[in-house]
Design a binder for this molecule. Structure first.
Ligand code: ATP
Length: 878
């Protein structure tokens, strides 16, 4: 089918060849059969790296290479058991890394598939939403501004349809589309003006097309190798930690070399010196850290999904914790987007909608305009009402429905022949219909814009001229409605005898006859007030940016607690008069921006960023992409958002709710805090190991720990508590703190110092235990050091949960996973110390009761000191 010159065929011919129906679309069962025949409408992805390749990659790590070299040399020096064990541990670690990498990849893929676009198709005569990958040849697809074109096809209907096809043609200017049949000769893609192609974007207008090819058969499918490769998802923190690991490794190597040389000249046995150096190298590198950070991040992302936030770019998780400004749309994000028309105004009288009498000419015109100049629909299926479209428009169709003016009926009576779609810059929409042998334009839009396009007014059955006096009366009435937080829409019409060749706002939307206004309620979302409050206690400033009328915006912003007085608001016009510098100067003054267009949003984001703030910004429309991209955390709407806005975002709110952003910020703070806890825990252990080894060296004693002891602790027994710290519930006051500064070091607020002090304490007690055991023999000494190091780490894991609150404040039982992790690690620790076979391999021995008691005594010292210190410091602060 693909070779056909679809652009050169008559529409009827296209319809027949594709065995479809332009009026009703495909039958559902036919679509199902075609899906089986043609397969899914998606592009085959590049072949992924094989498992073996991924496994080999695990060994390219710096620390693994050091370990392998160490193992090889010990083997040459005759310590074959050590060699084998190091290899086993390295091997297990590689498998773990592989599993973990696979899991992370899977969850990224799952995230991706959660944000795959839907398309509106016509099947069995009704409009329905399907996943774009289920589209088949012959389907009739509806397009509107902001949609990605899901497949290739021939246009059968269009209204100001413009499509940007740069993915295919390299041309970034949008192309005007047509329905006309083109000449039957070879034409390049860019000139096939009556076709649309998969992968391009609708930038303006509306249209309908019949699908000619899907999946790999589309034009983009043929050049699919050109597709952007997926971004690598490492976060800045992950990169910083990888660098830290490398640096530590290099420092460790240098220290090892020095110690080795010193020991050599001291005349110590080379093999001993070598083993101490290897131990030190292993001790200095936090082997488990990168994997743990990745797992903690991906678990955090999973938790966010449950709270309705889908993270599209992993670094956003970290940025979220630093957010200091949240700019939010009003309609649908702060409010419920469930609009209902409650009042109607025609000249001189405001009434409740219940009182509307459809036999009255004015009201009939008001309702007709609302219903006909409208792309939404209400369908009744088995007694159940289903609505499709923009809530503002649904409210108007619903009003007609109540007054028994069904959209389908009106539309068949007054056929729509032309239209100028709504856009949020113009703030209006018009349609042209056949009426009594002529044509009638129906227009609806923002009152302050529309009234200036009207020069007449409908009063009862008469059309009179609209003078300034009447205008100001109407605007006064609008003000009163807006003060109640109502959303006001104005309606107008005019009769024309001919339709101009090029229909545009200029030649259609003027000299209109003003009919009246409708006022709708859109109640604030229930959770938002609390969320605004939480923002304020946590040093985050919520800001409302809306296309709606200023007074309506102020009324709702006050109700939600975003502002206290009118002075904190500004509208698009005033913004227009300010230079960027002036805006930056005054930016702190405003928390409500009304009647703004999407370009203003970019300016607002920039001004705040220039003040050093981290800005989250919501958006849904096609024109919102630049501000979403420019902001630090672009949040797209999952329900009402266009494909384009979703693609430009870092995070998608599946419930379109402002509160979700605040929960995500909280989750972002918790995740960052938890990563700090894992780092606190793991690095203090590393320092403990180094201190123990160096002290022994200082006293000219043998190494208290051999490499496999250290590896076992670093990679096995430490990793479970470190992981469970990563899912810590988070401190209760986390939203009472100020946002973290973006450039702040991960070791800030005393973390670095605490790591060092805890490390030194753990090192000293481990060495002391070794020293005690050494009185008996080296095996006993090492066993005691190994146990003290492990157990003091278990206690440490409970204590690192907070830098300032003691364990009773945090709650000993409040992280169940941590308790389970300690038990599991405890069993692993005991198995290598007590099971004879493992005991042999690990060169450990049995202890007496007295020695065990000493082990426990030594182990709880660092923990107790830290907890007592926190308690005393808190008392003194009070
Ligand atoms: P927010 O920016 O908070 O989502 P909004 O929905 O009011 O608010 P826009 O969609 O930019 O913002 O709409 C701007 C104005 O255009 C609205 O206040 C309304 O007066 C008018 N308007 C909105 N939708 C339509 C529509 N479908 N047809 C005609 N006019 C509309």
């Amino acid at each position: 089918m693909n070779r056909e010159r679809w652009y050169a065929k008559d529409l009827e011919d296209v319809e027949q060849t594709l065995d479809s129906n332009l009026e009703t679309g495909l039958a559902k069962n036919k679509a199902k059969k075609r899906l089986e025949k043609y397969g899914k409408n998606d592009l085959k992805e590049k072949k992924k790296e094989g498992l073996l390749k991924k496994f080999i990659n695990q060994f390219k790590d710096f620390m693994v290479i050091i370990l392998i070299i160490a193992a090889a040399i010990s083997g040459v020096l005759g310590e074959v058991t050590d060699t084998i064990i190091i290899f086993i541990i390295v091997f297990l670690n590689a498998i773990l890394g592989l599993v973990q990498e696979n899991k992370a990849e899977k969850s990224l893929e799952a995230l991706k598939s959660m944000s795959t676009p839907n398309s509106k198709v016509l099947r069995d005569g009704s409009i329905m939403e399907v996943k774009s990958y289920n589209i088949v040849p012959g389907d009739i697809v509806l397009l509107e501004a902001g949609d990605y074109v899901p497949a290739d096809g021939r246009i059968i209907e269009k209204a100001s349809l413009q499509v940007e096809e740069s993915a295919l043609t390299g041309e970034s200017l949008p192309v005007n589309k047509t329905v006309d049949t083109l000449a039957d000769k070879k034409i390049v893609i860019g000139d096939r003006k009556n076709m649309v192609f998969s992968g391009s974007v609708v930038t303006h207008g509306r249209g309908k097309f019949i699908v000619t090819s899907t999946g790999m058969n589309t034009e983009i499918g043929k050049i699919a190798t050109m597709l952007e490769s997926q971004e690598k998802g490492d976060t800045p923190l992950q990169r910083k930690l990888a660098e830290l690991g490398k640096k530590l490794g290099i420092i460790a190597l240098i220290i090892c070399a020095i110690i080795f040389l010193v020991g050599f000249f001291q005349g110590r046995p080379i093999f001993d010196m070598f083993m101490i150096s290897v131990s030190l190298a292993v001790a200095a590198i936090p082997e488990g850290l990168p994997a743990i950070v990745t797992i903690v991040l991906s678990l955090g992302v999973q938790r966010m999904i449950k709270k309705n936030a889908i993270i599209r770019r992993l670094p956003a998780v970290e940025t979220l914790g630093t957010a200091s400004i949240i700019c939010s749309d009003k309609t649908g994000t702060l409010t419920q987007n469930k609009m209902t028309v409650t009042k109607a105004y025609t000249y001189d009288k405001l009434i409740d909608v219940d009182e509307i009498d459809i036999n009255d000419n004015e009201y009939r015109m008001l309702v007709y305009t609302g219903v006909l100049c409208n792309d939404a629909s209400i369908e009744e299926n088995d007694g159940e009402k289903k609505t499709i479209g923009d809530p503002t428009e649904i409210a108007l169709v619903a009003l007609g429905y109540e007054k028994e003016q069904l959209k389908k009926t009106l539309e068949s009576e007054f056929k729509r022949v032309e239209e100028i779609p709504f856009d949020s810059d113009r703030k209006m929409m018009s349609t042209i219909h056949e009426v009594d042998g002529g044509y009638r334009v129906f227009t609806k839009g923002a009152i302050d814009v529309l009234i200036n396009r009207c020069n007449k007014i409908l009063i009862n059955d008469n059309v009179e001229s609209l003078n300034e006096e009447k205008k100001s009366e109407i605007l006064e009435e609008n003000k009163n409605l807006a003060k109640e937080g109502l959303r006001v829409l104005a309606l107008a019409y005019k009769d024309i005898s001919d339709i101009p060749n090029e229909v545009s706002s200029k030649n259609i939307e003027n000299d209109l006859v003003f009919i009246g206004m409708t006022a709708m309620i859109d109640p604030p979302r229930e959770t938002v007030k609390g969320a605004v409050e939480r923002c304020k206690t946590s040093g985050i400033r919520p800001i409302m940016i809306t296309g709606d009328y200023k007074i309506t915006a102020i009324s709702i912003a006050k109700e939600l607690g975003i502002i206290q007085s009118e002075e904190e608001s500004i509208d698009g016009e005033a913004l227009e008069d300010m230079t960027d510098d002036e805006l930056k100067e005054n930016i702190e003054k405003y928390s409500v921006y009304a009647r703004v267009s999407p370009e203003h949003k970019v300016r607002i984001v920039k001004a705040w960023q220039d003040k050093g703030k981290i800005v989250a910004m919501t958006g849904d429309g096609v024109n919102d992409a630049p501000s979403l991209k420019r902001s630090d955390i672009g949040c797209a709407m999952g329900i009402t958002g266009t494909d384009v806005s979703k693609e430009a975002s870092d995070m998608i709110l599946t419930d379109d709710n402002f509160s979700t952003i605040v929960s995500a910020v909280e989750e972002g703070r918790v995740i960052y805090d938890n990563i700090r806890k894992s780092i606190h825990y793991l690095l203090s252990c590393n320092i403990g190991e180094i201190v123990a080894l160096l002290t022994a060296l200082l006293f000219n004693l043998p190494a208290p720990l051999i490499p496999i002891h250290i590896l076992w602790i670093n990679l096995v027994t430490d990793s479970f508590p470190a992981l469970s710290l990563g899912v810590d519930p988070g401190e209760k006051d986390i939203m009472e703190r100020k946002p973290r500064k973006p450039r702040e070091s991960i070791f800030a607020h005393g973390l670095g110092l605490s790591i060092v002090i805890r490390g030194i304490m753990i090192g000293i007690v481990s060495f002391s235990a070794f020293n005690v055991g050494l009185n008996e023999d080296i095996i006993t000494g090492r066993t005691m050091a190994f146990l003290v190091l492990s157990i003091s780490q278990f206690a440490n894991s409970l204590s690192v949960r907070s830098l300032d609150k003691n364990i009773f404040k945090i709650g000993i039982l409040s992280n169940k996973y941590l308790l389970m992790a300690i038990s599991l690690s405890g069993v692993l620790m005991l198995s290598v110390t007590l099971v004879p076979f493992l005991q042999n391999i690990f060169e450990l021995g049995n202890l007496s009761l007295e020695q065990w008691l000493m082990v426990v005594g030594f182990s709880i010292i660092p923990f107790s000191v830290a907890e007592i210190y926190k308690t005393i410091r808190n008392r003194m602060r009070k």
